[in-house]
Design a protein. Structure first.
Length: 130
């Protein structure tokens, strides 16, 4: 699951399917549907269509076992989220993280835990980059 995949455009629904596979894989379409249905009702045909799209985009692979397909993600969650975050920050904030954090801070959207985690990250970065 460590293949380097260029960040394909993934819709919100496709992301939900991928997220269900990150939860535990390999998985059948029935497994994915059951996981997705914990949060809202998903139609079987819709999920199978989304699985097919993700395979075509190179984000999933599958193996046929007897009469069913087992699906595997080809990109790790942390790798994908890192690429998404960089893309988001690049597009909206010209690659600068400070305006993003400032926006949350100015809206009082940061909890004390968020602030503590950010401080720890900054301290770690300073130790690694001195």
């Amino acid at each position: 699951m460590t293949h380097s995949v260029d960040k394909p455009d993934i819709s919100n629904a496709e992301f939900d399917v991928l997220d269900a596979l990150w939860e535990d894989s390999p998985a059948t379409s029935a497994d994915v549907i059951a996981r997705l249905n914990k949060h809202k009702d998903w139609h079987e045909k819709t999920v199978k269509t989304l699985l097919g799209r993700l395979v075509k985009k190179g984000v999933l692979r599958f193996e046929k076992q007897q009469r069913q397909y087992l699906y595997y993600p080809l990109i790790a969650r942390d790798e994908y989220t890192k690429k998404e975050a960089n893309s988001f920050i690049g597009r909206l904030f010209k690659g600068k993280v400070a305006p993003l954090v400032a926006g949350f801070a100015n809206q009082n959207a940061l909890s004390q835990q968020d602030v503590d985690e950010l401080k720890a990250l900054i301290e770690q970065w300073e130790q690694n980059n001195d």
